[in-house]
Design a protein around this ligand. Structure first.
Ligand code: ADP
Ligand code: MG
Length: 698
């Protein structure tokens, strides 16, 4: 008889690929029962670790890591540079017998003190107290980064100053999740949902887009090397217009890259799920299964790192810039946001009973209010020099924030405003909601690819985040402004309930009022169209096209108050961030302009001169034989005129750089680029000094 089919194999990635994350399963094997259960409740309740078990946990982590080949550990953190940072320390300590042993203490696990004086602090840290501290975030498990000869144990941490000011993206993120959690619990209580010890938390599934190009070509592009994007380059005749790349068969070389990426991520406990070709040739996407927000953000930071490293091993370079190539699609990060309530359910899923529906509609209304009141700071949270090229270009969402709800949900929202509970035109309805709240359709999966903030069935997809950015910034704002809206709703509800007004009626009134005030934020049409831009202006929705004007919205007194009220960022913390982001914008712009000038003067102009010379020589040499040299002379004149223009544009850019007007610098860069790209179209391909778009993309 054949043996019974055994279902167990293949279920655990650990057994197949090995495991590089100190997750609950690993912990159970390495910790005493007491320490294990203490740590688990610390993680689940988001508390700080019991100092009594710190040494044991540290020792267990070390034993596990050393068995995996680790020699060093690092407090891994996310400074305001937008990337991740690590400083390695070995486990080595001298013993009493003239040798060395491997040791790792609870103290070293819980707190670190990297020499942090060179990280941007926006004036938060005077140099005499330049110390920065890192503190372990046990809700994000430690993981191992494999090196060529040894590995490093990475401990996710928050990074703050001597006075406790946040110097990173994780600290305010954790504060904002706590605020959101608190307000959702308050709302749950009003709905009569038993709040056990469980907390509400936001969930996140970030879809990550990226480009892969050949390393040999990359190395010949100073602009890509130094700025992450091409500052010159003509759009080839064929680019993405056939849409034959999107979801197409994945090329073998790319496939083997993707396989290795997935394997590396799975080993670190990152649930990479989907991989596919994107719209533009050479553009791809990777998306994980959603997780608790803080963890998902850490995992996305690791994913970006892994994409870059694995690409190199396959002779590629992974470009994470928001707009590496002009004229074709840029790369974004779709920030899929939802809320898991203290009842353990997704609060953005329409329910199957009245209470669930009321909860769902209340969340939708809270989000409408949040985005309408604070869309400008949400826009500011994704403002960067790189993302400016994407937002507002004709493919990514525009810089105007609006919400896509789809026809069915919009219909329901309109019914709430009118105070009716009529049956909607559409079929397939779930039972009637809280007394007079309308019924909800089962399937709300309309698709709209042009909206910056779209409801997609059981979550909102915020599409403005740049591919290069940490999701932390956007989610700090989302959590805070949604918490603020829920706070407002709860305050009103509590007052009405106290005044003995029927709960359902009270809720209905509050929601109707929200819809009346905020329905202008809903737009289900084509967000790229000219008519929407006009309509949005009429509705009074902000259209902040550039980074500096976006950041200014974060300086408003009401915004400072909002962050203070919820203790997400103090005034000083907020101001320091604004300073840093403004400075980063300024530096990026000037570096890009500088690289453009270098390329123009040392690569483009010399080629143009050589080629003119060759044509001139040819004209001289063939003059006696060829009577009519009209075409060649025309070409010479054209190139000569272009070269003159290019040199004049260079001078123009230099003049612009002496001033401080961003728009003037950007305009000068664009003018220079236009002329250089035109020249690329008329000189021989084999003498052009830069790899072309066609070479890089195909
Ligand atoms: P698409 O938006 O391309 O149609 P999906 O709808 O399958 O793709 O999901 C995209 C991303 O949204 C995935 O990363 C997925 O894990 C995430 N996602 C799904 N449900 C939730 C949720 N409740 N909270 C947060 N993210 C979610
Ligand atoms: Mg999506």
């Amino acid at each position: 008889m054949k043996e019974k089919y055994n279902e167990k194999p293949n279920s655990s990635i650990d057994e197949i690929y090995g495991i590089n994350v100190f997750n609950l399963r690993t912990m159970r094997n390495y910790l005493s029962e007491k320490a294990y259960s203490s740590l688990v409740s610390t993680i689940q309740e988001g508390r700080t670790i019991d100092p009594g078990i710190a040494d044991e946990v540290a020792d267990a982590m070390k034993s596990w890591a050393v068995a995996k080949g680790a020699t060093h550990f690092t407090h891994w953190f996310q400074p305001l540079t937008g990337t991740t940072a690590e400083k390695h320390d070995s486990f080595i300590q001298p013993d009493d017998e003239g040798g060395v042993i491997l040791k790792f203490s609870g103290k070293e696990l819980i707190q670190g003190e990297p020499d942090a004086s060179s990280f941007p602090s926006g004036g938060l840290r005077a140099t005499f107290e330049a110390r920065g501290y890192t503190a372990w975030d046990p809700t994000s498990p430690a993981f191992i980064k494999e090196g060529k000869n040894s590995s490093v144990l990475c401990i996710p941490t928050a990074f703050y100053s001597y006075h406790g000011d946040a110097l990173d993206k994780k600290t305010p993120l954790l504060r904002s999740t706590a605020v959101l959690s608190k307000q959702v619990a308050r709302l749950a209580k009003l709905f009569g949902i038993q709040v056990s010890h469980k907390r509400a938390y936001a969930t996140l599934g970030p879809e990550q887009e990226y480009f892969l190009i050949d390393k040999a070509l990359y190395e010949r592009r100073l602009d890509l090397i130094q700025t992450g994007r091409t500052l010159f380059g003509r759009k080839p005749a064929k680019h993405q217009q056939m849409e034959d790349h999107y979801f197409g068969a994945i090329k073998t070389r790319v496939m083997s890259f993707m396989e290795e990426v997935d394997r590396e991520l799975w080993k670190m406990g990152i649930p990479a799920k989907t991989r596919h070709n994107e719209v533009c040739p050479a553009q791809y996407e990777i998306a994980p299964v959603f997780e608790e927000q803080n963890l998902a953000i850490d995992h996305n930071m690791i994913t970006m790192d892994v994409l870059k490293k694995v690409a190199e091993r396959h002779g590629f370079v992974c470009l994470l810039h928001e707009k590496p190539f002009a004229g074709v699609n840029g790369s974004g990060k779709h920030n899929n946001w939802s809320m898991c309530g203290p009842d353990g359910k997704n609060w953005l899923t329409p329910g199957d009973n009245p209470r669930e529906n009321a909860k769902f509609i209340t969340m939708i209304c809270a989000i409408m209010q949040a985005i309408d009141d604070h869309g400008d700071i949400l826009r500011a949270s994704v403002a960067s020099a790189g993302n400016d090229h994407r937002l507002g270009a004709n493919e990514a969402p525009p810089a105007i924030l609006s919400i896509f709800l789809g026809d069915q949900l919009t219909d329901i929202i309109e019914q709430i405003e009118k105070g009716e509970s009529k049956q909607s035109k559409r079929a397939s309805r779930i039972e009637i909601g809280v007394t007079s709240l309308p019924t909800l359709p089962r399937d709300l999966t309309d698709r709209n690819r042009t909206s910056p903030f779209a409801f997609t069935g059981n979550k909102f997809e915020f599409r403005m985040v740049g591919s290069n950015q940490s999701c932390a910034g956007a989610n700090i704002i989302l959590n805070t402004i949604i918490a603020e809206a829920i706070d407002d709703i709860c305050t009103k509800l509590e007052a009405k309930v106290k005044a003995k007004i029927d709960f359902n009626e009270a809720l209905q009134d509050i929601l109707r009022d929200i819809v009346k005030r905020h329905k202008r934020i809903i737009f289900n049409g084509d967000n790229y169209s000219e008519s929407w831009h006009k309509e949005a202006a009429k509705r009074g929705l902000p259209n902040l096209k550039k980074t500096p004007e976006s950041i200014r919205t974060m300086e408003r007194p009401d915004i400072i108050k909002l962050f203070q009220k919820h203790s997400v960022l103090s005034k000083a913390e907020l101001e320091s961030r604004n300073e840093i982001y403004k400075e980063q914008y300024e530096k990026t712009l000037r570096i890009e302009a500088g690289v453009m000038l270098t390329i123009t003067e040392t690569m483009i102009v010399p080629v143009a001169i050589d080629y003119q010379n060759r044509i001139a020589q040819m004209l001289l040499n063939t003059r006696t034989v060829v009577k009519n040299q009209k075409q060649a002379k025309g070409l010479l004149k054209q190139i000569s005129a272009l070269s003159e223009d290019i040199m004049a544009c260079s001078e123009g850019l230099k003049t612009a750089l002496r001033g401080d007007k961003h728009d003037v610098i950007l305009a000068a860069m664009e003018k220079l680029r236009k002329n250089v790209d035109e020249l690329e179209g008329v000189v021989p391909a084999h003498v052009w000094p830069l790899p072309t778009y066609a070479q890089m993309l195909f």
